[in-house]
Design a protein around this ligand. Structure first.
Ligand SMILES: [Zn+2]
Length: 324
């Protein structure tokens, strides 16, 4: 040992005893650090050909899936337990931003203020992802349940002041009708005021342009009717350079149950039989063609592929990727 290292060692010992004497905690003590309680920003980005696709989280909501799914609660609870989940089930709400290089399109807008403080995070996550709400050119709605449409408004103003909102005209006709509101089942009746408060300001500002048949809405994005969950529920097919993504909205809510049992419907379905058919149609198509799918309520980012296994489906989450 050299004289220099001996001096350093002596100094270190002296420092250690000083710390012990004054009661200054050393760095390896079990300090009671408060929990950080923050997460990474809720967005995830992939490329689809030359299109940039960003999954935006609006947050999560705890939903009583054992009551909402239309089968015996014990069956739902058993399937959830098998997936290490319970009911109420923490359920993601996702929206999808497509930058085609010419236009910025947002598919669904989250719940805004309509669904409590665990949702309504889309605008913050949009900003974290590098875009402003005023940058959005067009908004395509899969349907008008509050967790998909509430984000149109913020503090009484258009949250997306430069955007034109598009949706199937059957959908807006249903939700803007007083007669339908009166006739709706109790679980759905409460949705009507929030829907009209979100959509009507865009209609008044001439920023709502409904469509009435499947077709191209902008280069690379087409509407594809998948009625059943609601009157005018619509999926959107995004295609660029031979790659295809189907944004399918609410064709599935609880993968832990409905992948194995696609015939199980949810209380919110307007026409449960048609909802099941639409689910099977799009899942079979995506499985057959190997298309990427984007799902509102599969855990964020809700992007992946499906395989058919007999009459059931297997979910393959998208691979992790980063911009290069
Ligand atoms: Zn939904």
């Amino acid at each position: 040992m050299t004289t220099m290292t001996m001096t350093k060692l002596a100094a270190a010992i002296a420092l250690t005893s000083t710390v012990a004497f004054f009661g200054i905690p050393s760095t390896n003590a079990n300090a009671a650090a408060p929990m950080a309680k923050i997460s990474s920003p809720g967005f995830y980005r992939i490329m689809l050909g030359d299109f940039e696709v960003t999954a935006l989280s609006d947050g999560t909501a705890d939903l009583p899936m054992d009551k909402l799914l239309q089968q015996a609660p014990a069956k739902t609870n058993a399937a959830l337990a098998h997936a290490f989940l319970t009911s109420p089930t923490e359920t993601s709400v996702n929206a999808y931003l497509i930058n085609t290089g010419k236009k910025l399109i947002l598919i669904d807008v989250g719940a805004g203020a309509l669904f409590g403080p665990t949702l309504g995070k889309l605008l913050a996550n949009l900003k974290s992802s590098g875009y402003e709400a005023s940058d959005i050119d067009e908004i395509y709605l899969t349907h008008m349940h509050p967790d998909h449409v509430g984000g149109l408004m913020q503090d009484g103003h258009l949250a997306f002041p430069n955007a034109t909102v598009r949706a199937d005209q059957r959908e807006s006709a249903y939700w803007l009708s007083k007669t339908n509101q009166e006739r709706a089942p109790d679980g759905i009746k409460g949705f009507f005021p929030g829907v009209s408060a979100s959509l009507q300001p865009y209609i008044d500002a001439h920023h709502y342009v409904p469509f009435s048949s499947d077709g191209v809405l902008t280069t690379g994005i087409s509407s594809y009717s998948t009625y059943g969950h609601t009157e005018g529920h619509t999926s959107y097919v995004v295609e660029n350079k031979g790659q295809k993504l189907i944004v399918m909205g609410d064709l599935i809510h609880v993968p832990a149950v409905q992948l194995d049992h696609p015939d199980v419907t949810i209380a919110f379905d307007t026409d449960p039989k048609a909802a099941t058919k639409a689910r099977e149609k799009v899942f079979n198509l995506a499985a057959h063609e190997g298309d990427l799918i984007a799902v509102s309520h599969i855990q964020s980012p809700g992007l992946g592929h499906v395989h058919t296994v007999g009459q059931t489906y297997q979910w393959i989450p998208v691979n992790y990727t980063q911009p290069r």
